[in-house]
Ligand binder design. Structure first.
Ligand code: ZN
Length: 413
């Protein structure tokens, strides 16, 4: 029921725009020139709530919030309107292969390419208008196609690969700095570093000197650095001045306090990732990373992550962003981690929203572009059927998606 309405609207949007006589000759989809949205409840992305107002959009940007603006193009009264969500950690190109098994994220077959485009579409339809891909170079052409308006999908920032810590073999500090510069030349928006083993065991896989070289060079190149870190690697990444720690399980209260002092962001996961693995165990099960032993530990690990988030919430000033680590089977389900955070991990519904709005934008260095509904920012606007502050499962009922002034989804009632 929802789906047919959506497809018809999307198609009609395409035709309506292409039929305009003044449309540019390229095949790119352009935003409408002037759109007014009416909202009865609007979360501004920073923790504020506005009632009975209107958002005015010209082209790709919000020009004003004015309760007297009109005429109304989209009447979203009765819904909850908020900025499009930001997922700080996805693997957008990761899919299952034609044999049904986990194909990873670096595939270059036609199937892998279409699967990645499908992941992008599903992610956008789920209300995520910006995602940060921290995986494969294959996300670069997908990012560019979406940015050029040739494919529908969220705005993508990508690390275009990653530095895998492997002790001395990772390289000398100078070699690591050269690698960071090479990543920038290859189009990376940020640097991704694996500085420790997996969730349950293993020590740091890089020395503090190596980690320092990576994050310091990233900073010199104007790039942020995201570090996969558990246990002692969390403190090391913080001391090395890296931008954000991914996962973080095993960090002590003292480590988390240090992160808060230094302004290091933390991006923990609350359940979607591990539930996805469990749900698709038959597709993932394969040595050396996905073992029976590993799957047996996952249920307990979900609880351990949720306990970790509860502890992190106790640290004043610690900036906890929203990143799902979406892998094959999880794309388009990104909002499920909100439910785990609120229902199972003690996060307040408003903090959960802000973590994927203004705080998420701040962590990307994009506060002046996205994450808030305010004049001058990108018109990334979604609407939910219900009130996520009262019932967090509302995040799964996304009925309107606008990105950069273009409406991609509008399920009419
Ligand atoms: Zn990941």
């Amino acid at each position: 029921m929802m789906r047919s309405g959506l497809i018809i609207l999307f198609m009609s949007c395409l035709f309506a725009i292409q039929a305009e006589p003044s449309a540019p000759s390229s095949q790119m989809i352009e935003p409408n020139r002037h759109v007014v949205i009416a909202a009865s409840t609007l979360l501004d992305g920073k923790g504020g709530v506005l009632h009975n107002t209107r958002i005015v959009i010209d082209g790709s940007k919000i020009t004003t919030i004015d309760p007297n603006a009109g005429p109304v193009d989209y009447d979203l009264r009765g819904l909850t309107v908020l900025p499009g969500w930001i997922d700080a950690h996805v693997h957008i190109t990761w899919s299952f292969g034609p044999d049904g098994k986990n194909a990873g994220e670096g595939g270059t077959t036609p199937e892998a390419g279409y699967a990645a485009a499908s992941n992008a579409w599903l992610t956008l339809m789920a209300g995520f208008t910006t995602v940060q891909d921290v995986g494969s170079p294959t996300a670069v052409p997908l990012r560019d196609a979406i940015a050029q308006g040739k494919l529908p999908g969220p705005r993508i920032l990508t690390s275009a690969g990653a530095l895998f810590g492997q002790g001395e073999k990772t390289g000398t500090p100078d070699e690591i700095r050269a690698w960071v510069r090479k990543q920038k030349a290859a189009g990376a928006d940020l640097i991704k570093i694996y500085a420790s083993g997996g969730m349950t065991r293993g020590t740091m896989t890089m020395s503090p000197e190596q980690l320092n070289a990576a994050c310091d060079e990233a900073k010199k190149q104007g790039l942020r650095s995201l570090v996969h870190a558990f246990r002692d690697a969390v403190r090391a990444a913080t001391l090395a001045g890296c931008t954000e720690v991914e996962h973080g399980l095993g960090a002590s209260v003292a480590d988390l306090k240090l992160m808060a002092e230094r302004g290091t962001y933390i991006d923990p996961q609350a359940g979607l990732l591990l539930e996805t693995y469990l749900q698709y165990k038959d597709k993932y099960l394969a040595a050396p990373y996905y073992t029976e032993e590993g799957f047996a530990a996952m249920k307990k690990l979900i609880l351990a992550h949720q306990e970790f988030i509860k502890r992190a919430l106790q640290i004043p000033g610690l900036k906890i962003v929203y990143g799902t680590d979406a892998v094959a089977g999880a794309h388009g389900r990104n909002a499920e981690d909100f439910i785990h955070r609120v229902r199972d991990s003690g996060v307040s519904p408003m903090d959960a929203m802000v973590s994927a709005n203004s705080l998420g934008a701040e962590a990307l260095g994009m506060s002046n572009q996205i994450g808030t509904i305010a004049a001058g920012l990108q018109a990334d606007i979604i609407a939910l059927s219900g009130d996520p502050l009262k019932d967090i499962t509302t995040v799964q009922r996304v009925v309107f998606v606008m990105k950069g002034g273009i409406v991609y989804k509008y399920v009419t009632r």
